[in-house]
Design a protein around this ligand. Sequence first.
Ligand code: MEZ
Length: 493
Amino acid sequence: MKYTEEMLASQACVDATRNERLYAELRRYTAQEKQELLRNYHPDYSHKDFSILMVGPNKGDKVPSELAAVLEGKSRLLSADFDLSHIEHDADVLIIGGGGAGAAAAIEARQHGASVLLATKLRLGDANTGMAEGGIQAADKENDSPAIHYLDALGGGHFKNVPELLKCLVMQGPAAIQWLGGLGVMFDKYDDGTMVTTHGGGTSRKRMHACGDYTGAEIMRVLRDEVRDEGVEVLEYSPAVELILDEEGKAAGAVLYDFDTQEYHGVRAKSVIIATGGAGRLHYQGFPTSNHYGSTADGLVLAYRAGVPLVYADAIQYHPTGAAYPPQIYGALVTEKVRSLGAMLVNKDGEAFLHPLETRDVVAASIIRECLARHKGVHALHGPALWLDTPMVDMIHGEGTMERRLPAMIHMYERFGIDIRKQPILVYPTLHYQNGGICIDERSATKIPGLYAAGEDVGGIHGTNRLMGNSLLDIIVFGRIAGREAAAYSRTA
Ligand code: MEZ
């Protein structure tokens, strides 16, 4: 592997504005490639065009066929299976989903005086939240502001973000970090007590707050403890299969399916929050996935069947760097933080072919183009891949940096005899995030009275392409809003 001056020099581009960086990078491309790359920055082109450029088979689909199949599929609940007068649980607020958004909502609703039942398909904390690695964004440093955070996310999201939702996200970022810190999340700090922050793709300021490279796991650990401490009733292995609406069309509870007893149970609630996460386990277009087993679009289906619109349901995020080797971890997340700390993507000729901290859709598509169109990929077991030059991190920041900042990543590979401090790793895009989803307003409310939604099952906040760390932020910001609003609504219902 050659470390050219050019590769190292491009690290210095990070603070330039996004377009300046883009144009600097464009010098590497032919006229036709430039045109393709620029297309994806143009607000008139949606992520759909980009995913077609990437993988093809679903050209023209409004919604990925895998998602369409579950949305239009028959309910698992036949009316003969369940007697609606047979209600076994009562709560002011029912929360469907036990990841970060559901947990944040539960804590907040309890603190606002509501009785809360949280029902989850797997166990409390089995969620993408715990698998998020690199960090959570918030504009709380002197050289930053929510306005700059807003602009970064708006550009990254192809200007499709719902402005009110995005504003809410960035304005409440600093408070979310304080809230998590207050609950006991151990963010990385310098000796003087200030937070360590890094860049993510498409961010013009260092605003990624992290706990090593296990940020989501640390956040989920703390939220799970807090849910238990707050006295929230938790039903595990109990997915919601249908919402219950009253005669006026207001949310009134849900029917749960108990995996253990294989029976249906009714929950009566004054308000309901859907927080079931995304759809990555549907393996859209045959891609590997970084998602946990429960991410099967459950909340999108519940909302859709109840008549709530979905927004940008076709906008799926491919994380540029999934593990391409060894096969045991095929598709597993290789955190963007590796690139934040300086690692370059390198093709089979040892060339760095794009800035490593472009937005995810640009990086993912460039990797695929480099492998497929330019034949510059390396053959990995399941297909083409590129090198992520991990040893650069210690070369740039000094020996021991990876041990401190990327311990989970080191461990993930160590099990297979690969020392990422000494050798680069093979990566390829992996299905990572559902950008679109349930349509909500700034109060996390859907169009159905008493029905709220938060977390990855919600659409609009990130437009058609999310920036790293904005998801961990949105589950906290909108989870808490949903909890508060649902508790308030339950008092009036
Ligand atoms: O926000 C994410 O998706 C995230 C933190 C992922 C990562 O690369 O670590």
